[in-house]
Design a protein around this ligand. Structure first.
Ligand code: NAP
Length: 296
């Protein structure tokens, strides 16, 4: 029997509906929700992303502002702007679009984002809180991955989980959140000697590398849950023999489908859930700022 598909779009939709309800509850109490996105430089791609974000937030009842700075802003100036946003009581959420120009330090910038307003969960302090087991706000892709796994009903406690890819934004936070849920987690990276050994034993396999086709049927334990975080643009020939650009994950979908028990599609799996988790985090940040929830 082929794997059941985990539909990230449907799950994301139900989270978005909850966000709309939660936003309405805050607004009825006269408590604002205001997300400020910081964009340094003039990247057309980032601009399109920001425009989409603005539309999404508007649909949810969330006020959204894009704060744009010239590409030559200094680190000190950027940190000062982030400190100003931290002090502004009308701002409940802050995010910084990446990548930043090369002269700016990403980690120093993320460190300057107020911990309670850090809707992407990227401030090292927020990662540290995940390590200590009392999450304030966790990174969106990691939260999305956990939600997708939990939607299958496959228990995480005691499960063998292999995470392939160990970046700060994806693999490491995913491994941390799954460890927190009492899974036995193996984290693989470029220097892992034999990926097969680790992937084949996994009840749950999460792949976040950025290499199309890295994981094929032979890597997967029959019946496993496979979460494909990868997003890769590749060129392929369509039925008419024309070259077209499509989006694929890191998992060879067609070969893994008959082996896995559950599988996320790309697109339509982790991607829409990551956006939904950003919205959910935005509500969490607003409740923290308005002192309706405690950080601990
Ligand atoms: P990244 O920063 O390039 O990290 C990739 C990780 O994979 C690194 O830890 C790297 O190790 C490791 N790696 C490289 N080749 C490997 C191999 N052959 N076997 C095992 N590990 C290997 O990328 P990222 O930002 O984490 O993103 C990974 C993928 O997820 C990308 O396709 C990205 O577009 C996607 N992504 C999707 C979402 C979403 O919302 N769906 C969010 C974030 C990222 P080294 O560092 O040692 O080289």
């Amino acid at each position: 029997m082929p794997a059941k598909l985990i539909d990230g779009k449907i799950l994301a939709m139900s989270i978005r509906q909850q966000v709309v309800r939660d936003a309405a509850t805050l607004l009825e109490k006269g408590l604002g929700i205001h997300l400020v996105a910081v964009l340094v430089g003039h990247s057309p791609a980032a601009r399109v992303y920001a425009d989409n974000q603005a539309r999404t937030c508007r649909d949810m009842g969330i006020r959204y502002s894009l704060l744009e700075f010239a590409a030559d802003i200094t680190q000190v100036q950027l940190n000062t702007e982030l400190a100003r946003l931290a002090a502004d009581t009308t701002v409940t959420g802050i995010m910084v679009h990446l990548p930043l120009p090369a002269h700016l330090n990403t980690q120093e910038t993320q460190y300057a984002i107020d911990v309670l307003k850090d809707v992407e969960g990227v401030n090292p302090a927020n990662i540290g809180h995940v390590v200590y087991g009392h999450t304030i706000i966790a990174p969106c892709t990691a939260l999305a991955t956990v939600e997708l796994i939990e939607s299958t009903g496959v228990p995480l406690r005691g499960a063998e989980v292999t995470v392939v890819g160990a970046s700060r934004i994806a693999g490491k936070p995913i491994a941390l959140l799954l460890t927190e849920r009492q899974a036995t987690v193996t984290l693989c990276h470029i220097h892992t000697r034999d990926l097969f050994i680790h992937s084949q034993k996994a009840d749950i396999l999460v792949v976040a590398v950025g290499k199309p086709g890295l994981i094929s049927a032979g890597h997967v334990k029959p019946g496993a849950v496979v979460i494909d975080v990868g997003i890769n643009r590749v060129t392929t020939a369509n039925a008419q023999g024309q070259l077209v650009a499509i989006t694929v994950g890191d998992v060879d979908f067609q070969s893994v489908l008959p082996v896995a028990g559950w599988l996320t599609p790309v697109p339509g799996g982790v991607g829409p859930m990551t956006v939904a988790m950003l919205l959910k985090n935005t509500l969490r940040a607003a409740r923290l700022v308005h002192k309706l929830e405690k950080p601990f």
